[in-house]
Ligand binder design. Structure first.
Ligand SMILES: [Zn+2]
Length: 268
């Protein structure tokens, strides 16, 4: 089997000005906002055929595999050679016991802390929680310093994040204009999303400052959030967001309906 790692981005041309901040370590520097991530698996090592699979999945026969040229906007895919280990890390389910406290754990393997990079097979080497992982690692490493800076780096409007409650198998997608740790802390203090030991936190994408007005940047961030919420819902995950924002930007609405149509076609 041959594997490719695919990420899909929306790029808005703005002369790259917001990447001026050299102190910030961008996740997707110069790529835009991530809209989807998946793997393609084929029996033969045929990159062109893999690209066709990506186009089919996204229902977009004109999909580009490179960022739009200078001065242009649009959706494009980045496709990279990968292997079974990474594919499995992304898709495998785990059904095992915590190597620290022996509690039963079951769910997406990528969401549980692991002892090392050695085994993504879902068979062993998992912790039930970051508490269990920390407990063991603290003995080896000493105590971590605290990260206290709250403001987002310049060039960033904010972040779209995902919280997964692995005990209840429920998902929450949110946005914040600050570094996400602070928002997560509020969620935990309010107790509304569950117990901190059951929740996985991750940043889905940073949102770039693409427009000159705060209002337009806010609308764009709302749209990227709405995109991820709808994507999780349409892929069959249980979402616990109270309010479901709507896509309001025409180009994203159109792209989203094409994505979903393509995915439904594939599952038939
Ligand atoms: Zn444990």
């Amino acid at each position: 089997m041959f594997y490719w790692w695919v990420r899909v981005f929306n790029w808005i041309h703005d002369g790259d000005t917001h990447y001026d901040n050299e102190d910030y370590n961008w996740c997707n520097r110069g790529k835009g906002e991530m809209l989807d991530e998946f793997y393609i698996k084929l029996e033969e090592n045929d990159r062109d055929k893999a690209k066709e699979e990506v186009k089919k999945r996204l229902n977009n026969s004109d999909l580009r595999f490179a960022k739009p040229r200078k001065g242009k906007d649009g959706i494009y895919a980045v496709m990279m050679d990968s292997d079974k280990r990474w594919h499995d890390r992304f898709y495998n389910q785990v059904d095992t016991y915590c190597i620290s406290c022996h509690k039963h754990i079951k769910g997406p393997a990528a969401n549980f802390p692991r002892i090392d990079w050695g085994d993504f097979s879902g068979k062993d080497n998992f912790y039930c929680s970051y508490d269990c992982k920390r407990e063991i690692e603290a003995k080896m490493r000493g105590i971590e310093g605290e990260f206290q800076e709250r403001e987002t780096p310049s060039g960033i409007v904010g972040y779209i994040y995902h919280m997964y409650n692995r005990k209840e198998d429920k998902h929450y997608i949110g946005q914040t204009k600050y570094l996400p740790f602070f928002r997560w802390q509020e969620h935990i203090k309010s107790g509304s999303k569950g117990n901190i030991c059951d929740i996985v936190f991750e940043v889905l994408t940073e949102v770039n400052k693409n427009y000159s007005s705060n209002e337009k940047n806010q609308e764009y961030m709302n749209n990227i959030e709405a995109w991820w919420i709808q994507k999780y819902r349409d892929e069959g995950f249980e979402i616990i967001n109270d309010v479901i924002p709507r896509l309001t930007i025409e180009s994203l609405k159109k792209a989203f309906s094409e994505f979903i149509a393509g995915q439904q076609e594939l599952s038939i």
